[in-house]
Design a protein around this ligand. Structure first.
Ligand code: SF4
Length: 225
């Protein structure tokens, strides 16, 4: 039965130890470097969709060197934002969303990134993944789980959930994962997904939870390094 194959707490405890010393996800780095600034976390997360972490990090830094507030970033031309964030995926759309989101933060929220899910979701280009990460990293929420493609894939491989979309996975994980782990599920599984449980050729033989994992849907494993 999905959700009962592997005890999530046991897996997450092991992963929490195993990821120490591994490269952190780009948005976590931005969050630490900016003292959890909600605006920079929001923008970096918007840029991160379907983009490699190193590219997201560099693009975010280039953009923040030019502007670090909704007011100053919203005053940039879309073409300038495009140039600064290239080569993130969908940089044209993302540049437009960034500019529109800045304008709305200024006009509707007095220049402050809102701290409620329902408000964040009204911003252009902001979906549940971005909203959840902003709430967890910048508003210290313990009520949210942020699900991106890594979390979606690994939760299904582990058999915690059997879902088709990240939004379905998020809802299923609230039932499957003990509450105390909700804010860290993203950090643990994204780091694991980037280093070990990769989309293709996961490194199962080097995985600290291989004895607990049913490897659902895994057809080919990668080589140990
Ligand atoms: S054993 Fe393989 S499929 Fe399971 S979590 Fe580890 S790397 Fe992923």
């Amino acid at each position: 039965m999905p959700g009962a194959l592997v005890p999530p707490a046991k897996v997450l405890r092991r992963l929490g130890v195993a990821i120490r010393g591994m490269e952190e996800p780009a948005v976590e780095k931005i969050s630490e470097d900016t003292r959890e600034d909600p605006f920079q976390v929001l923008i970096a997360t918007m840029l991160s969709a379907q983009t490699r972490d190193a590219v997201t990090h560099e693009a975010s830094l280039r953009l923040f060197r030019r502007a670090r507030t909704p007011r100053t970033m919203g005053a940039l031309r879309v073409a300038t934002i495009q140039k600064l964030i290239y080569p993130v995926s969908f940089y044209r759309n993302k540049a437009r969303h960034v500019k529109d989101a800045c304008r709305q933060i200024v006009e509707r929220f007095a220049g402050v990134v809102p701290g409620r899910m329902e408000d964040l979701l009204t911003l252009p280009g902001v979906g549940r993944k971005t909203a959840n990460l902003v709430l967890i990293l910048s508003h210290a929420s313990r009520e949210n789980i942020c699900v991106d493609t890594h979390v979606h894939r690994i939760a299904n491989r582990l058999g915690w959930v059997r879902t088709r979309t990240p939004d379905q996975t998020e809802q299923a994980l609230y039932a499957a994962v003990p509450r105390r782990f909700w804010p860290t599920v993203n950090l643990y599984l994204v780091t694991w997904g980037q280093n070990v449980c990769r989309p293709i050729y996961p490194r199962c033989r080097a995985c600290v939870v291989s004895s607990l994992c049913p490897r659902i849907g895994v057809t080919q494993e990668g080589r140990e390094r």
